[in-house]
Design a protein around this ligand. Sequence first.
Ligand code: ADP
Length: 369
Amino acid sequence: MNAEASEETTTPEQNVIEIRNLRKEYYGPETVVAVDDVDLDIREGEFFTILGPSGSGKSTLLQMITGIETPTDGEIRIDGDLVNNVKSYNRNTSLVFQEYALFPHMSARENVEYGLMLRGVPEAERRERADDMFELMNLVGKEDRNIQELSGGERQRVATARSLVIEPDVLLLDEVLGALDEKLAKEMQVELKRIQEEVEKTFVFVTHSQEEAFSMSDRIAIMNQGSVEQVGTPLEIYNNPTSEFVADFLQMPNLITGEIVSVHDRLVTLESDGIEYRIAKKKTAGTPAVGDEVTFLIPNERLLFDNDHENTFEAVVTDTIFKGSYTEYAVQLLNDRELRVHETTGESLLSEGSEVKVGFAPDAVVVFS
Ligand code: ADP
């Protein structure tokens, strides 16, 4: 594709990566299906995060995008071109590793210029492009330091600069904040997001940390056992997790599993640990029947104090966490079940030990099965 054509067709919604039916098997004593029938579209210029527990296939997926691993089946397109058999160095992607893989005997500048040197970029241009990177990374003045003379965060930024300086269409980052201490990792989250916004490149970021994913991403794909469970903006996923795995992985507290004890026109009644909950029948899939097991989520902000809905329970406040504009309460029902309530902060807070009533509307729930 020539530059003119790509400019004409580039819109904010354009997909830079398109993945279809992607599968990766590793062969050993046992066959491992690391990535299982994945479909994914990643848009031009977005900060896209692949989030999932360890072993869910995130790194394998990333390595297939960058060309280190070859798919067993399926298709990967970058900028519209099928790249399954295109070598890593001929793809317009660049990978930043957790271990940075910087050359320890070289200075920061030599590390950053290395890729340009390989590509035969003349010295003056190399210098200029590296200088732009040092400025972008807030590393001016540290160009001639040896890698050992840099802090973890600075090394991370040199590694990011080294990958970005070759101007890839897509920058892939594999658990890059995992090796940093918590405070530094938080600072780097902010830095990475700033850098991504400044360079306007597509970043594909792999992490097992929800906090990183939810604080940085435009969109997130949640992986489980080689499959993508859900793709959406942080808010979409948080407000409407589409599977029990996602709700559980995100540790959404108000996830309840119960057995159907009666089915009426409009409502279904469930029993869980001695308490009955009523949920809207229209929220359940198929035809609910007595004896069926159902898991549902009450979003924290839909669980309310002192309401008149069909579900009202006596409870005791066990924890009060002031979060500024809202307050998070932990409450315990009579069966010891703990739930979380998010309330807009009012004139006074409920103290621990307060006896309260909590409830939710039957149609406020998200039902999974
Ligand atoms: P994640 O990045 O989410 O931790 P990985 O993509 O590293 O997951 O691994 C997915 C699965 O594939 C795991 O079961 C892992 O043990 C297996 N796996 C990863 N790399 C290899 C390999 N080179 N050979 C055999 N199995 C592998």
